[in-house]
Write a protein that binds this ligand. Structure first.
Ligand code: TRP
Length: 409
């Protein structure tokens, strides 16, 4: 058995140990002040660390310096990225797949991460991208009507489009609207469902006997886009490899997809896993859209951004200025610093801040100011791009069509 298979087996049989961080699609929580132990998670999940060697190969093949989220370990773990790089090297095609469970509240900064990253990968590799909006998942898990869930998909699609995806190469779809008109997608769902037993789905996702069967039958819906034949209008019948960038809490869906893939005659989807974007209150948990003070929303004003950070950003500094000067601050738990690692692209400036803060030369207030100055223009630019995304533009991204992938005769 491979390390991955052993990890799957263990997760399925024993669940997690007492002192383990909780990481699944519905819960992310750590008992540790510094947050989730990601190295331990790699071992538990049987994935691989993104190391210097892999990044060097990426740079050599693409001619592009790896994104700062790769360089800084924000995308820290993968499955089979080497296979995707082999394909790129050989001029063979692959595609990108990511998704989102749409929510009524505005999206927040943490939600942007997979999309900003995919947009960059799309540019680097020049490949098609499919984006699944799991409004069905939201209708199943939250108390929501089908109609309202669909509306949220359309609303969230605007924020996703504002990340800059190439219309000619990007297909965004709402599960509730699209699947019913795409028999190939449904057929793949059934192929996947045939391969997974009730015991396995209970083991992988923790479902219990009194969960509605909607939950139990949902995972194949998120797995189907990892198989190219679900989109005949893009790929005809070709078996095209898939790369899925996502936060690591989504891994259970794709462990299942990888397990099923060879049995339905498909290559296993490759994965790139990111760490979580921490809440303003500290690194123990991720940002939550339902806790308005835990997050910066994409529709927050410049003033709200400033106030939230100044009031709520957890500080790794000491209680008095004198102590701070003497003992220095802790970047590992300081949220302003942590957020800067996501959004301040300048490596040198970031290193200056890290050194200065650790040595006690820079105060928490100064880090906060730096963060505010990075985020205000970033969010304003997003709002500006989003305001230009009309309903007509959304319709174009969401209509099933040839993405120029099928060779023209
Ligand atoms: N389940 C994800 C969420 O709740 C949405 C999703 C669907 C997804 N397909 C995906 C996320 C593929 C990452 C990759 O947000």
């Amino acid at each position: 058995m491979s390390a991955e298979e052993i990890a799957i087996e263990k997760l399925t049989l024993n669940g997690i140990a007492e002192d383990d961080d909780i990481v699944d699609p519905w819960n992310v929580h750590s008992k540790n002040d510094a947050g989730i132990d990601y190295d331990k998670l790699i071992k538990r999940f049987g994935s691989s660390k993104i190391d210097e060697e892999l990044l060097a190969r990426f740079e050599k093949l693409t001619g592009r310096k790896p994104h700062h989220w790769l360089r800084r370990g924000i995308f820290f773990s993968h499955r089979d990225l080497n296979i995707i790089l082999n394909m790129y090297e050989q001029g063979k095609p692959f595609y990108l797949y990511t998704g989102r469970g749409p929510s009524s509240e505005s999206m927040h900064l943490g939600h942007l991460i997979p999309f900003m990253f995919c947009k960059w990968l799309q540019e680097v590799f020049d490949v098609p991208q499919v984006i699944q909006l799991t409004d069905d998942e939201k209708a199943i898990w939250k108390d929501l009507t089908i109609e309202d869930a669909i509306k949220m998909s359309y609303n969230n699609a605007k924020d996703i489009i504002a990340c800059g995806f190439d219309l000619r190469k990007t297909f965004i779809f709402s599960d509730l609207e699209h699947i019913g008109s795409n028999p190939a997608f449904y057929q793949n769902m059934i192929r996947i469902q045939r391969c997974v037993t009730f015991n396995q789905v209970k083991g992988i996702f923790g479902f219990g006997d009194s969960d509605p069967i909607a939950k139990i039958s949902f995972p194949p819906t998120q797995a189907a886009p990892a198989f190219s034949s679900s989109f005949p209008f893009i790929f005809t019948n070709a078996k095209v490899n898939c790369l899925i960038p996502c936060a690591i809490d989504q891994d259970p869906y794709f462990r299942m997809s990888r397990d099923v893939a060879p049995r339905i005659g498909f290559p296993k989807p490759a994965l790139l896993h990111s760490i979580f974007f921490p809440a303003l209150q500290g690194p123990k948990t991720k940002m939550s859209a339902s806790e308005s003070n835990s997050a910066i929303f994409l529709n927050d004003s410049a003033k709200q951004i400033k106030n939230k950070i100044n009031k709520h950003a957890f500080s790794g500094g000491q209680t008095t200025v004198e102590e701070h000067r003497r003992l220095g601050g802790n970047c590992e738990v300081d949220i302003s610093y942590q957020w800067l690692t996501f959004f301040l692209e300048d490596d040198e400036r970031l290193e200056q801040l890290r050194k200065g803060y650790t040595a006690g030369e820079i105060l928490t207030g100064e880090l906060k100011k730096e963060l505010i100055e990075v985020l205000q223009p970033l969010v304003a630019a997003h709002q500006d791009r989003r305001s230009k995304v009309t309903d007509e533009v959304v319709k174009q991204y969401m209509s099933p069509r040839d993405l120029g992938f099928i060779p023209q005769k």
